[in-house]
Design a protein around this ligand. Structure first.
Ligand code: G6Q
Length: 546
């Protein structure tokens, strides 16, 4: 049995969970009139209410003891100090340095990383200003109106999610587009809508070797050259974001048009680096820096707040509680409104790629569950679809409800209706509806006794589904920055408890490797090379391949 499971704090939590599992959330509120005030925190402009989690003060005390035993805050300090906490890749984890707006020196291998970070930020500002002010023009002298990010995974999901979230802050009449998938229809359909004379491509790839990104970039390059007819046009329409200067130059992009970052920035933590260039092109560099400010405020809170007041610590520990002690297998992310509609996909990568691990830092296979399946979608839409399973299914499903209180686009009562729905769902998931209440309601509406006996059980909702509600005044760059940083640190905390490397991704690497091996076999039969199932599927493909 692992040391973690054997630890006194873990064992105490196991015992505590046996009691807690029998207590309904409604009873927790009835038994503690101050609960709604006790389990609430306001940090960096976010109001976070976790009173509807199935916890008590005792639960939090035991969880904090577990964090203490697992040295979570020592590991946090090591991250902020530039220690190589990503041990399987032997790298520091310093996305916090990218938004270190106070410029406190942060050392990686004894060298302050802030001057280089600030230098890239200055270059990003010069470039985005030149584009916005019409000093950077396309090859035929036209202003740039469309930016296309070509990247995948960590080089796509962050900028894509943020541009969508902050569309109300878009400036300079700029449109942002994203191409990630290798499927030919994705790039073909987008290019049909664009004018090459006014299009700027940002080729975003940390390694600059990713098959999908490089292939799509070559396709875009051919499309541009079909229009321009002259290789010199590439310099006016392509810039790169990467850590790999040699490969960028091999592609044909001058290093002068490359924005760099560093190996201590994980792909899924890279939107704060030059990977955020499409964000800066879309909302302006001031807006991008406001995003960094918001994240920095959350970083400073995480770095300095005492354990009892530390919000990312608390939420990360509640995630561990739900997964390891209450048996939850998933976390539903439910943003209200469409602006944060891409947040679930973004957090799916952030969490699942970070904490989807089954070997601990000492190389032992773990004997406890680690990262949950993260999923979700925007409300109210989901209410008319998958929420049914949350209300009446058999699984415990913790969920996060997230909303901006004011909208940039008020129309009648629509925002009030949006918020009312959010509150109604968190309430319904907590309280449910008892058999008695259902019967009374049916009687009041005139149902006969037979119908009530037959139908009433089907209408019962047990409630007791835990949720956290995150509200903030408006969808500003600062609020979105703080929100994303809150999740990053929460993921860190859970990973530290589980004693895993949250910053590698060997499973993703395996997929990249195998795709390369299979490409030749799709077009040409090479029997006997792969497993029987893959061979059979290849045969089917070959029958229809033209
Ligand atoms: C992120 C992952 C992965 C990565 C993509 C793209 O943490 O490692 O999603 O971002 O595979 O990689 P490149 O940026 O190197 O193209």
């Amino acid at each position: 049995m692992s040391q973690l499971i054997q630890s006194a704090a873990w064992q105490a939590l196991e015992t505590h969970a046996q009691t807690q599992k029998r207590i309904h959330l409604a009873d927790l509120f009835d038994g503690n009139p101050g609960r709604a005030q006790a389990f609430v925190s306001s940090v960096a402009g976010l109001h976070v209410d976790y009173s509807k989690q199935r916890i008590t003060p005792e639960t939090l005390k035991l969880l904090r003891q577990l964090a203490n035993d697992q040295d979570v805050l020592t590991r946090r300090d090591a991250m902020f100090e530039g220690a190589r906490i990503n041990t399987t890749e032997n790298r520091a984890v310093l996305h916090v340095a990218l938004r270190n707006r106070g410029n406190r020196p942060i050392l990686a291998d004894g060298k302050d990383v802030m001057p280089e970070i600030n230098d890239v930020l200055r270059r990003m500002r010069r470039f985005t200003d030149a584009v916005h002010e019409g000093r950077w023009l396309g090859c035929s002298g036209e202003r740039i109106t469309d930016v296309v990010n070509i990247g995948i995974g960590g080089s796509d999901l962050g900028p894509r999610m943020i541009c969508h979230a902050l569309a109300s802050h878009a400036q300079y009449d700029m449109r942002a587009h994203f191409i990630a998938n290798i499927a030919p229809s994705e790039i073909a359909n987008l290019l049909k809508t664009l004018d090459p004379a006014r299009t700027l491509f940002v080729v975003a790839s940390k390694t600059f070797t990713t098959q999908e990104t490089l292939t799509n970039a070559h396709t875009a390059r051919r499309w541009l050259l079909d229009f321009a007819g002259d290789e010199t046009a590439v310099a006016k329409h392509f810039v790169a974001v990467s850590t790999n200067r040699a490969e960028v130059e091999a592609f044909g992009i001058d290093a002068e048009h490359m924005f760099g970052f560093w190996d201590w920035v994980g792909g899924r933590y890279s939107l704060w680096s030059a990977i955020g260039l499409p964000i800066a092109l879309y909302i302006g560099m001031d807006g991008f820096e406001r995003l960094l400010e918001g994240a920095h405020a959350m970083d400073e809170h995480f770095r300095t707040a005492p354990a009892a007041e530390n919000l990312p610590l608390t939420l990360g520990l509640i995630d561990v509680w739900n997964s390891n002690f209450l048996g939850a297998e998933t976390l539903a992310v439910l943003p209200y409104g469409t602006r944060l509609g891409r947040l679930p996909a973004y957090l799916q990568q952030a969490s699942m790629e970070s904490n989807g691990k089954s070997v601990d830092l000492d190389g032992h296979r773990v004997d406890y569950v680690t990262g949950p399946v993260v999923w979700g979608g925007p409300g109210t839409n989901g209410q008319h679809a998958f929420y049914q399973l949350l209300h009446q299914g058999t699984r415990l499903i913790p969920s996060d409800f997230i909303a901006a209180i004011r909208t940039h686009t008020p129309i009648g009562d629509q925002q009030a209706m949006l918020l009312a729905n959010l509150l109604a769902q968190t309430r319904a998931l907590m309280l449910g509806r008892s058999l008695e209440a259902v019967k009374q309601e049916m009687q009041a509406s005139g149902a006969d006794a037979d119908t009530i006996a037959r139908i009433a059980p089907h209408r019962v909702c047990l409630g007791n589904q835990p949720s956290t509600t995150i509200l903030f005044p408006q969808m500003t760059p600062e609020a979105v920055g703080a929100l994303v940083a809150l999740y990053e640190h929460r993921i860190f905390v859970a990973g530290a408890i589980w004693h895993i490397d949250s910053y590698d991704q060997w499973g993703v690497e395996l997929g990249k490797q195998m795709a390369g091996e299979l490409l030749p076999a799709v077009g040409h039969a090479a029997p006997g090379t792969f497993d029987a199932s893959t061979e059979a599927l290849l045969q089917t493909i070959h029958q229809h391949w033209v």
